[in-house]
Each structure stands twice: as C-alpha cells, then as structure tokens.
Design a protein around this ligand. Structure first.
Ligand code: ADP
Ligand code: MG
Length: 362
C-alpha cells in the first residue's frame, strides 16, 4: 500500500474568458515534498495555487488534499475547510494585531488554551518567540515573512502554498530568509508548493521542479533532470541559458557547425537532423590568434566576477556562449576554436521536443 499523497490535481483546467490559465494540469505531490513551480509571468502559477486553495473553482478536473476531494464537478470545499496554509508575497499581516494575535488568527474555532500553546510552539519554530508582542511594523521584512509562515503552519495544514514569498525582499535579505523558511519547512516535514520566477531558487530549494508555460506543465522532474535533461525546447531555454545549433546524426556521431559534438549510442542506424542544446558551461574555447579566416570569433565579453561570459559568432552567423574562468578574457575579435567540453551528453531536440532515441524513419 502506498501513502496517500498530500495533493493531487487531475485534469484541472481553468480559463478566464479566452485565456487558458490552467490547461489539463496533472500533478501528484507526496507528503513531505517541497515542489517549486516556475514559469514566465502570466503562465498560471498563481492560478494553480488559487485553485488548490479554493480561491477559484476549476472549470474541469479534480483536486484532492490529503485524500479528500475538495473540488470536482460536484464538490467545492471552501478555502477555510481545505487544510491549506497560504504565504503570499505581501505578507498580509494585520497591522493592528501583535505577532501572537496574527498567528492565533488562523486558529479561531479552537479552545483558547490549545490556541495559546500552539502559537507559542510555532513562534518558537520560526524563532520569533521573543518578538511575540511586537506589531508588524516593528519587524524587518524577513521577520514579517516568518510570522506569515508561522500563521500558515499553525493549523497544521496538509499543504502550504507559497506565492513568490521573497519578491519584496532585497537580494541579500532574500538568501537569508529563504534559508530560514526552507529550513522550517524541512524541519517540520511540511508539504509545500512554492512559486518562484527565479530559476536558481527553483533548482536549489525544490525536491521537484514543475515548469509551466501558458497554463500547461511542460516538465515536472528533479532539479538536475530539469536542467540537464530538459523535456522541451521551452524548458531548455527557460531554465538557464541555452544556445541551439542545427546538427546531424550519422552513424551515431552528432555533428554540427563546430564539428563532432558527441556520440549518440543507440543511434547507429539513424540519419537525422536535430537541434543540439548547448549551455555556456558546456562550451570550450581555444584562442587561435593567428587564424585570419571568417571562422568563429569572439563578439562580446561580459565579466560576471567569478566567470566571464564569452559570446562567439560562428561562420554561419549564429552565436554560442561560453563561460570561462575569471582569469580568462579573450578580447572581442579573437578568432577561437569552439568545442564541447569532453564528457557532455547534450540534449537533442526534434522540433520542440527532446528525444533520447532516434525518431522513426519517415
Ligand atoms: P502567474 O502567477 O504565472 O504570473 P496568473 O496565474 O496570475 O499567472 O495568471 C495567468 C493568466 O490568467 C494571465 O493571463 C492572467 O492575466 C489571467 N488571470 C489571472 N487571474 C485573472 C482574473 N481574476 N481575471 C481574468 N484573468 C485573470
Ligand atoms: Mg503570480
């Protein structure tokens, strides 16, 4: 017997007029998992959370929380009876209530003594016990977010939904508050769906990353698979930098403008055009200062501190990017030889879809 997942979406769709904000979304989140949900602005991330929370009704499909159907064709359980906790970007604390009273707010309906004990417990959990009598305006942005998390956790929800909770924090504070919040979610084994538009954040904190575009899930996978084995052209370009080169597979050898890229085991009989996905850390450069043809040459150099991003224009006019260590700077105009870092197995696309086996001969 397998454990009941904390959250299940099956064929969930929701349109606003002609805009499909959720299209046939399927997602299963096991208990204790931290899922990050990422995609371009307007792709439907907040709509997905609002559907789970009960702030919107799906047009079609079913949503189950801890085994209970909360929305389908016949059922609609209101938000306050759904066992979800919410943390939004603007922490929406009540300004006229103390920290303690803000957290207690989520527990109305429970006996007073139980409430007080639970508030103390969750405030300790987010390490704010000593600030229980302060008011929101007497707290830093990070502390306010921890109060919001404590309030969401207080009623012991089956799943916590966080919608870009760090967007209003500046870069330095963000890293610290992120570590604190994720630490609390981990410590408590909380199941969470965490919306972010930051690729690094999605990859670094998620057990699983769900990539959306236009209301659809393009890929739901571990962080390393989303980055290293993107399922589609969209995922490859959205999750990190990528350049796409026309390439050809002949007798299990993948060749493109820069030469042989890699072997493709199992493609011995294939004769196929593909696109190869190259990430800047997979592209190696060797300066060839004495060469004077119109082959590959550096056209831009961007210093990023630890690394230097080189953009190279190939003979065809197409560009590829390459990360070089901070000590390497090939000046603009330098002729270079471009190759793929040994050991890399790049993603191949046919059309917009990644392929791992040769397409059938047509
Ligand atoms: P995200 O959070 O990924 O930026 P949203 O879920 O907020 O995206 O929005 C998805 C799409 O649905 C967008 O095109 C948005 O304009 C539209 N949308 C969201 N909420 C409403 C609403 N209440 N009424 C009409 N359109 C909406
Ligand atoms: Mg949003």
């Amino acid at each position: 017997m397998t454990a009941t997942p904390a959250l299940v979406l099956e064929g969930v769709s929701k349109s606003y007029g002609a805009v499909p904000a959720a299209c046939d979304v399927d997602l299963v989140v096991p208990s204790g998992e931290l899922v990050t949900l990422i995609g371009p602005s307007g792709c439907g991330k907040s709509t997905a959370l609002r559907l789970i929370a009960g702030l919107e009704r799906p047009d079609r499909g079913e949503i189950r929380i801890a085994g209970q159907t909360v929305a389908d064709g016949r059922t609609f359980v209101p938000p306050e009876r759904r066992r979800v906790g919410l943390v939004f970007q603007d922490h929406a604390l009540f300004p006229h209530l103390s920290v303690r009273r803000n957290v207690e707010f989520g527990l109305h309906g429970q006996p007073r003594a139980d409430r007080a004990a639970r508030v103390t417990q969750v405030l300790d959990l987010v390490r704010l016990g000593h600030l229980a009598d302060r008011y929101p305006h007497e707290l830093s942005g990070g502390e306010q977010q921890r109060v919001a998390l404590a309030r969401a956790l207080a009623p012991r929800p089956a799943v916590v939904l966080l919608d870009e909770p760090f967007s209003s924090l500046d870069e330095n504070l963000r890293a610290q508050v992120r570590a604190e919040l994720v630490g609390v979610l981990r410590e408590t084994g909380t199941t969470a769906v965490f919306v972010t538009h930051d690729q690094t954040e999605a990859l670094s904190i998620g057990d699983r990353v769900v990539v959306m575009t236009s209301g659809r899930i393009e890929q739901a996978d571990t962080p390393s698979r989303v980055f290293e084995q993107p399922a589609t052209r969209f995922v490859a370009s959205f999750m990190g930098d990528a350049d796409f080169l026309r390439a050809h597979v002949h007798r299990a050898l993948l060749t493109c403008e820069i030469g042989v890229v890699s072997t493709v085991p199992g493609w011995a009989d294939a004769e196929t055009d593909v696109d190869v996905v190259l990430r800047p850390h997979e592209v190696a450069l060797t300066a060839e200062p004495d060469r004077s043809d119109d082959g590959p040459a550096v056209v831009a150099v961007e210093y990023h501190g630890a690394f230097v991003l080189h953009t190279v224009r190939l003979g065809s006019g197409q560009t590829v990017r390459s990360w070089q260590p901070h000590s390497v700077r090939h000046p603009v105009g330098t002729p270079v030889r471009v190759s793929v870092v040994p050991g890399v197995t790049p993603t191949l696309l046919v059309g917009d879809t990644a392929v791992s086996s040769p397409p059938p001969r047509g």
